[in-house]
Design a protein around this ligand. Structure first.
Ligand SMILES: [Zn+2]
Ligand SMILES: [Zn+2]
Length: 125
């Protein structure tokens, strides 16, 4: 345990506990999502900070597609194996399109290709 100053009561040279407040936003400062960390002593129960600072790439702010894609990527990764969810919807639509364009291709093969494509696009391992 680290020794230091409590962020809440200011007591010095005491063992510190870390408390994390996590937020559902991807930033350049924390991984995988933004958080605030408070170091406190065992007597204090820290409250959530009222404000927080986030570092974002200015380049990303000018390009709304980057944010849209990040949200999409997260959804696709989360729903990879859930029937009826967004990944499945994309996969089956793609497969049907492929199957329709190339009638000799079986629907199984069309599904495989659709999944490979989506996995690569959204970096799903
Ligand atoms: Zn304290
Ligand atoms: Zn952050």
């Amino acid at each position: 345990m680290k020794i230091g100053t409590c962020d809440c009561c200011g007591k010095e040279n005491i063992p510190l506990i870390r408390k994390y407040f996590r937020y559902p936003i991807q930033c350049e400062c924390c991984l995988p999502r933004h958080f605030e960390m408070v170091r406190h002593c065992e007597d204090c129960d820290p409250e959530e900070p009222e404000k927080t600072q986030i570092t974002l790439k200015t380049e990303d702010l000018k390009n709304p597609f980057v944010f849209a894609f990040k949200i999409m990527k997260e959804e696709m990764q989360k729903t990879r194996n859930i029937k009826g969810e967004i990944y499945y919807v994309w996969q089956s639509s793609l497969a049907v399109m492929l199957h329709y364009a190339a009638p000799k291709m079986t629907i199984e093969r069309a599904n495989e290709i659709a999944m490979e494509w989506l996995d690569r696009l959204f970096e799903i391992k």
